[in-house]
Write a protein that binds this ligand. Structure first.
Ligand code: CO
Length: 465
C-alpha cells in the first residue's frame, strides 16, 4: 500500500502566507503535543520568514522557539526552509556562515532542511546540503517551480538528477505561486519518479484554486509526500487543507492513515486563532479567496500586491496593466529567472522602472546589475546580449560559484556584536538581520538589566545574577 505522507505547514508557511508570519510561540505551544501525535511526515515550523518575524515583530528569539517546539514534539520530525547560500536572507553568505547556521539549526532540533535556490543553480545548494548531511540531518533539495519556454519537464528532471548526485535525501517540487496544474504535475512527478530514486515531495499554494486537484494527480503519479495546512489556516495563499485530503484518500491505496478526529481537535484549536487574526486585520479576507489572475500572469500573488504598492507610492496605479505586460518581457530578457524571492522583487522593480521612466532600462537597481554579472548564480538561459550590455556595459560576468568570491565572514560578524552575545546562535541572528537582531539584543539586555535592578540587594550591594 502506497501510504501518502503529509507535512503540516501550520507553524510556518500557512501563517507566513496568511498572517504575515505573526503567529507567536505561545500560540503554538499548547497544540504541539497534539500535533506530535498525528503521525505527520514532518512539521514545518522554522525558516522562511519565521526567523525575521520573531526578531523584528514578536520580540522572540527564533532559536528559543525551535528549542521549545523540539521539547514537546518528541516523535515528529521538524522541518525548516532555507534559501541555499542566502540562508534566510536576501544575499549570498560565505560558506562558513552557511555551515554554521545549518549546524546550529540541527543542533537545536531541526531534522529536515528544505534547501532551494531562486535560480535553481545547484551550486548554490552545495554548502547547505553538504553541511546538513555532515550534521546528520535530512537534506531535501527543492526545485523552484515556474513556467517559461525554458522550464520544461526535461529541465526539472535534469536539475533533480543534479540534486540527487549532490546527495539530496529527497526532492521537493516547490510551487510557490500555485501555478502547477494537475496534469502537468502528473507528468512531472511521473518523470521524476522514473529518474531519481529519492522520495518526491510536492509543495504548492492554494492561491489560484487548483492546488487540491494538483495534489490528487501528483498522488496518482506516485508522489510520496505533500504539504498541507490544518483547515483554519489553509486555502487562499496558504496550502490546501489537511483534513479533506486525508478524507479523500481514506480506504484507498493512498490512505494517509491519519486520524480525522484528532485532526479535527487540532482544527478546533486554531479556529479562534484564525478569528482573532481576521478581526485584527492581519488576515485580509482577500487572500482567502481564489486569485485566478495568478494563472493568467503566472506571477505569485505576493508579487502582484508588491507591484500595486510600488505603483501606488509613485501615484502611478494607472500603469498597472502596462507593468503586468512588462514583467514577462523583462523576465525573458533576463533569461527566465523563476519568480521567487529575491528574483520576483528584482524583476518586478525593473518592470516598474521600465514603465514609469518611460524608457526601458534607464534606471537599473543594483541587484539586477549583480544578477547580470552572475553574482546570484547562473540564469536559466543566457541573458539577452543587448540587454546585458545596456545593464553592465563591458563588465566581467563571473562563471563560477558566486560564494567562491566571498571570504569567511563569521569571525567578522562575531566581532561586531560580541558585547551582546549570550549564546553562539546570536552571531547567526546578527549575520542574517544585523539591524533587527541588534535591536532585539538591546531590548533583551535592557529587560535583563531591569530584572537585575529589581533583584538588587540593597544591603549586601550584590546582584543575584
Ligand atoms: Co510555500
Amino acid at each position: 500500500m502506497t501510504k501518502i505522507r503529509i507535512t503540516e505547514t501550520v507553524l510556518r508557511d500557512a501563517h507566513q502566507s496568511l498572517l504575515a508570519t505573526r503567529m507567536k510561540t505561545e500560540e503554538m505551544i499548547p497544540i504541539i503535543e497534539k500535533l506530535d501525535k498525528v503521525g505527520y511526515n514532518s512539521l514545518e515550523m522554522w525558516g522562511g520568514a519565521t526567523f525575521d518575524s520573531c526578531l523584528r515583530f514578536l520580540d522572540e528569539d527564533p532559536w528559543e522557539r525551535l528549542r521549545i517546539i523540539r521539547k514537546s514534539a518528541k516523535n515528529t520530525k521538524l522541518q525548516m526552509l532555507l534559501r541555499g547560500q542566502n540562508i534566510l536572507g536576501y544575499k549570498h553568505y560565505a560558506d562558513d556562515v552557511v555551515s554554521e547556521f545549518v549546524k546550529k539549526s540541527i543542533y537545536n532540533g531541526i531534522d529536515i532542511i528544505r534547501i532551494f535556490d531562486a535560480l535553481n543553480d545547484v551550486r548554490n545548494l552545495e554548502t547547505a546540503v553538504k553541511s546538513t548531511l555532515k550534521e546528520g540531518g535530512h537534506a531535501q533539495c527543492a526545485l523552484s517551480y515556474t513556467t517559461s519556454p525554458a522550464h520544461n519537464i526535461e529541465y526539472y528532471v535534469k536539475k533533480a538528477k543534479d540534486m540527487e548526485s549532490l546527495g539530496a535525501n529527497s526532492i521537493c517540487i516547490k510551487d510557490m505561486s500555485g501555478i502547477l496544474t494537475p496534469y502537468v504535475a502528473y507528468e512531472l512527478v511521473k518523470e521524476l519518479k522514473n529518474t531519481v530514486k529519492v522520495p518526491i515531495q510536492l509543495h504548492t499554494h492554494a492561491t489560484s484554486g487548483i492546488a487540491s486537484m494538483t495534489y490528487l494527480k501528483a498522488i496518482e503519479a506516485g508522489v510520496d509526500v505533500v504539504d498541507t495546512a490544518i483547515s483554519p489556516l489553509a486555502l487562499g495563499t496558504s496550502q490546501p487543507p489537511t483534513e479533506p485530503l486525508v478524507a479523500s484518500l481514506k480506504n484507498t491505496e493512498y490512505d494517509t492513515g491519519l486520524d480525522l478526529e484528532l485532526l479535527n481537535e487540532i482544527a478546533e484549536y486554531f479556529n479562534p486563532i484564525r478569528d482573532k487574526y481576521i478581526k485584527s486585520g492581519l488576515i485580509n479576507p482577500k487572500v482567502l479567496g481564489v486569485n485566478a489572475k495568478t494563472l493568467i500572469y503566472q506571477v505569485p500573488g505576493g508579487m502582484l500586491s508588491n507591484l500595486i504598492s510600488q505603483l501606488e507610492s509613485q501615484n502611478k496605479l494607472d500603469k498597472f496593466d502596462d507593468v503586468l505586460k512588462e514583467v514577462p518581457k523583462v523576465r525573458e530578457e533576463l533569461g527566465f529567472p523563476p519568480l521567487v524571492t529575491p528574483m520576483s522583487q528584482m524583476v518586478g522593480t525593473q518592470a516598474v522602472f521600465n514603465v514609469i521612466t518611460e524608457e526601458r532600462y534607464k534606471m537599473i537597481p543594483k541587484e539586477i546589475k549583480d544578477y547580470v554579472k552572475g553574482l546570484y548564480g547562473q540564469s536559466t538561459v543566457p541573458i539577452n546580449e543587448n540587454i546585458k550590455e545596456k545593464i553592465i556595459g563591458n563588465d566581467e560576468v563571473i562563471k563560477g560559484r558566486p560564494a567562491d568570491l566571498i571570504k569567511p565572514q563569521l569571525e567578522g560578524f562575531k566581532e561586531e556584536m560580541k558585547e551582546y552575545l549570550e549564546q553562539e546562535e546570536d552571531v547567526l541572528s546578527y549575520a542574517l538581520f544585523p539591524q533587527v537582531a541588534m535591536n532585539f539584543f538591546k531590548k533583551r539586555w535592557a529587560k535583563k538589566y531591569e530584572i537585575e535592578s529589581t533583584l538588587y540587594n540593597e544591603k549586601e550591594k550584590t546582584h543575584p545574577i
